[in-house]
Design a protein around this ligand. Structure first.
Ligand code: FES
Length: 917
């Protein structure tokens, strides 16, 4: 019997390949709304409906769909193109950020009956979202409307929806791999089974005999250049320790060879047929051992690599003292010292790393150049690195980011583009490299595991006398972001406290494990966990309310953050909301009745923590933006930063609408394409609103002035009588439509556009606080969150709905890292949790609703008073939770995550311990 399947009302008769899943069958026919998140049935991003029943299409055999009706998100809209009511609700509640999970969420949620809707944690357990923290999704499913309508000239401060929302909910937003490139080749990577080994020989003959395999690349085929996969405005921030394909492997999972073939299957088979002869070398996994005598040297390189002490495996280090800490501790009435540890955590963005490299004709020059469509947070820095690596002029490389399906810092790396471009250039054919979910765990990066020893001294009245940190960050086999994360971790975490004596010794250390990289908070979260836990413990020993202890010792308005490494000159407290953040905690405590929600017999406790973070990275984060008036009287923003759900596109439109007195729907945004926008360092370091937003604001303000000046001349009206409205310039009783203004200017050869530039300096500081009340089952170690409250000092909040989403998402990610997320490695450094089934990501049921309170501040540096709020909500969460756990159980947990069995074991030990006399 012949095969036929009806997809969104259209019949398809092509037989699936043997063993083909429905996901690939649908995507091959252009239904790109069906996403690949894990290909293992764990994340739900690929959910479609078969005869009205939601299924994970990555597990569903395409053949079984024969004779059935399949609906993807593209087919969810009603006849006539009206959005399905649930699609509209997702827009109204802004139930998405990057939107990569949204199609799957919609396909599951739209099939729920009343009974299932009543139990969403259960009904949505098969659909993961890494961005939102699920509360916006719950609001969407329940039909809560949050978005406001656009209003001319009053865009800033309103909860406007994301411009790409309609595309996200209909499955038409185009992510990295949602393109059809004719003649595409597929790349797969052979990875090292050894933690440390020299490659003696690689035999590729058998691989090349696999039908469909076009080429195999090994270390013999690549340039000798050393670079870093990390991307920064100044490449010297990272050590040059990485080669495209190396003849030495330094962790299990390092790429050894690349196979390019006509199909993914052939490329995989090619990888299996490569024979590599290795000479195993000694390896080291513990950073303290790695720094000790006799440890194998992982990178025996010279000073040109900018590794601090290669012979000791020290990638970067920092030492400094302010005052005299020994004197400070001698002056203290109470001294507290403890060592805290944090684990490896994966970004787990639902869209994996990857890119498609292909060729096109440069419209300006008529010459051919290579285009790299990449899931990146840093298109401009990636282009620069590709040009350096492959010896290409800038105009021969174009890097484009489509919509990016989550980043969280993980995509501030070049992990696929370098090798895909090599293959495309050599073969002169388009090449795609898309990581599998497993590769995300062992081939991408993780949060740096930290060991932090904190020593605090205070007088009996709570005044801090000394503050000392010893920080060891495990950067893994490569130093991408290693030194920068280490430096950042000890900046604001020490600077936010006033103490006359401060000392730090910090090390970023190589080991033979999967490399760490940039991740939301950039090291601050790890050290904040340690210092905020230690402050809580110090307060207990002093018999002082932990809130009072903070209030007594934090820096005040107008003060500078001083650390043992000196002051960061460009860091300014340009608005101060820390007092209000602490008041949020005090208010929460004052009227709290959540303890009543605890099951009988459970231990109940509360705790809080605070954090400070600079808006934007140090050392330059550059954004150039252009705003233009178009022929139809609308506007166009060109800005480099990428959109991956962080909401910068919405904010940039709001800023522009405010400056030009118009509505956001009359503004288009072009972004993250090196061909159509000017330079931008990238979407990281919480810079989208503060740095790129300021560049946009400058351009929009300049354009408003240009339009008014031109119209004054054109209409022969004094400039002071003119006013910009949504679609026109009003001139003392008469109206000149913007279209007419454009035409008049065009006729005189005047282009009504303006540029804006911001160099990211000086930098302001944002503050956050987090408070929890929790209950712990003493018999099982189970923990329930009874109440979660967050204070956020984002300066003037540009878009309350989106900003709240950033906070909710940050808290949810941090709860995962606090409670259960951990990338585990075995005794050879091999990742053993390389799937969502083994690496638990917060699901709907795991995340409580967090009450978010914004402070009322207005920043003197950020655009229109705004500060950043994307990384910072993460940082106070783990210590706030640890402090609540201490309050409930009497036990100080010093090592994240606080797994249920760990909590139970500690409680059991605590119970058995003989009572002190
Ligand atoms: Fe859900 Fe990004 S919005 S994964």
């Amino acid at each position: 019997m012949s095969f036929s399947v009806r997809v969104n009302g259209e019949d398809f008769e092509a037989e699936p390949r043997a063993g083909q899943c429905l996901r690939t069958y649908l995507r091959e026919r252009g239904w790109f709304g069906v996403k690949k998140g894990c290909d293992a049935g764990d994340c739900g991003a690929c959910t479609v409906q078969v005869d009205g029943e939601p299924v994970h299409s990555c597990l569903y055999p395409a053949l079984r769909a024969g004779g059935r009706a399949v609906t993807t998100v593209e087919g969810l809209a009603e006849e006539g193109g009206e959005l399905h009511p649930l699609q509209q609700k997702f827009l109204d509640a802004q139930g998405f950020q990057c939107g990569f999970c949204t199609a799957g969420m919609l396909m599951t949620a739209s099939a729920l009956d009343e009974e299932q809707l009543a139990d969403l944690p259960r009904a949505l357990k098969g659909n993961l979202c890494r961005c939102t923290g699920y509360r916006a999704i719950e609001d969407a499913v329940r039909g809560v409307r949050h978005t406001e309508r656009p209003c001319a000239g009053q865009a800033v401060g309103r909860s406007l929806g994301a411009p790409a929302g309609p595309q996200v909910v209909t499955g038409t937003a185009r992510y990295t791999f949602d393109v059809d490139v004719p003649g595409l080749l597929h790349m797969k990577l052979l990875r090292s089974p050894h933690p440390h080994a020299r490659i003696v020989a690689v035999d590729t003959a058998d691989a090349l005999r696999v039908p469909g395999v076009v080429a195999v690349f090994t270390h013999e085929d690549v340039p000798d250049t050393l670079y870093s996969s990390a991307r920064h405005e100044h490449p010297t921030e990272d050590p040059d320790d990485t080669r495209l394909l190396d003849d030495t492997v330094r962790f299990v999972g390092q790429r050894v060879a690349a196979v390019v073939a006509e199909s993914e299957g052939a490329a995989e088979e090619g990888c299996r047929r490569i024979v590599v002869t290795y000479e195993p070398l000694p390896y080291v996994l513990d950073p303290e051992e790695a720094m000790g005598p006799g440890a194998p040297v992982i990178h025996p390189k010279g000073p040109e690599s900018r590794i601090a002490r290669p012979q000791d495996n020290v990638c970067g280090e920092a030492h400094g003292e302010l005052g005299d800490v020994e004197q400070g501790f001698a002056e203290a009435d109470v001294v507290y010292e403890e060592t805290f540890r944090t684990q490896r955590v994966q970004h787990a963005s639902l869209e994996t790393h990857g890119c498609v490299a292909y060729f096109e004709e440069n419209e300006e020059t008529g010459e051919e150049r290579i285009v790299v469509r990449s899931s990146t947070q840093v298109p401009f820095l990636t282009r620069r690195a590709l040009c350096d690596l492959h010896g290409l002029p800038m105009d021969k490389v174009r890097v484009v980011a489509g919509r990016v399906g989550g980043g969280f810092g993980g995509k501030q790396e070049m992990l696929t583009e370098d090798i895909a471009v090599l293959a495309a250039l050599r073969l002169h054919r388009p090449v795609k490299l898309e990581f599998t979910r497993a590769e995300q765990f062992f081939g991408a990066t993780t949060r740096h595991p930290f060991t932090v020893t904190v020593k605090l001294g205070a007088r009996s009245d709570g005044t801090l006398t000394a503050l000392q940190f010893r920080v060891v960050a495990n950067t893994g086999a490569y130093g991408n972001h290693g030194p920068a994360v280490m430096f950042h971790s000890i900046g604001e975490s020490m600077g936010v406290y006033r103490a006359p004596h401060k000392k730090v010794d910090a090390y970023s250390v190589y080991t033979n494990a999967v490399p760490a990289g940039a991740f939301r908070g950039y090291g601050l979260g790890q050290v904040t966990f340690a210092v905020e836990s230690a402050m809580d413990e110090l307060a207990r020993r002093l018999g002082i309310d932990p809130l009072v202890l903070r209030e007594r010792n934090v820096i005040g308005p107008g003060e500078h953050m001083e650390g043992p490494l000196g002051e960061e000159e460009d860091l300014h407290i340009a608005s101060y909301g820390l007092d209000q953040c602490l008041r949020v905690v005090r208010d929460a405590l004052a009227d709290d009745t959540s303890a009543e929600l605890a099951p009988e017999g459970w231990l109940v406790g509360q705790g809080f923590a605070m954090a400070a973070i600079a808006c934007g990275p140090p050392g330059g984060h550059i954004a150039d933006a252009t705003v233009k008036l178009l022929a139809d009287g609308t506007y166009d923003i060109a800005v480099g930063t990428a959109e991956f759900g962080n909401g910068t596109t919405t904010v940039h439109k709001q800023i522009t609408a405010g400056a030009l007195g118009t509505t956001v729907d009359r503004i288009a945004v072009r972004q993250s394409d090196t061909d159509v926008v000017r330079h931008d360092t990238g979407a990281f370091g919480s810079a989208g609103t503060v740095v790129a937003g300021k560049a946009v604001m400058k351009a929009a303000n300049a354009l408003a002035e240009r339009i008014l000046s031109f119209t004054a001349e054109y209409a022969r009206t004094p400039r002071s009588l003119l006013r910009l409205t949504a679609e026109a310039v009003e001139c003392d009783g008469r109206t000149v439509p913007l279209k007419e203004v454009y035409e008049a200017a065009h006729g005189r050869g005047v282009e009504l556009g303006a540029d804006g530039h911001f160099g990211g300096s000086p930098r302001s500081v944002a503050f956050n606080s987090q408070w929890f009340r929790i209950a712990v089952d003493p018999d099982t170690g189970e923990i329930r969150i009874l109440r979660s409250v967050h204070g956020a000092d984002a300066g003037r909040v540009m878009n309350p709905l989106q900003c709240r989403g950033q906070v909710e998402g940050g808290v949810a990610q941090a709860l995962g890292a606090t409670l259960f997320e951990q990338v585990l490695v075995d005794d050879r450094g091999e990742v053993t949790t390389a799937a969502f089934r083994r690496y638990r990501l917060p699901a709907f049921a795991d995340v409580p609703r967090t009450e978010v309170h914004f402070t009322e501040t207005s920043d003197a540096i950020g655009p229109l008073g705004a500060k950043s709020m994307s990384e910072s909500p993460f940082n106070p969460v783990p210590p706030a939770f640890a402090n609540a756990l201490r309050d409930a159980t009497g036990i100080r947990f010093t090592e994240a995550p606080f797994l249920r069995d760990k909590v139970w074991r500690a409680l059991d030990e605590h119970r058995r311990r003989p009572a002190s006399p």
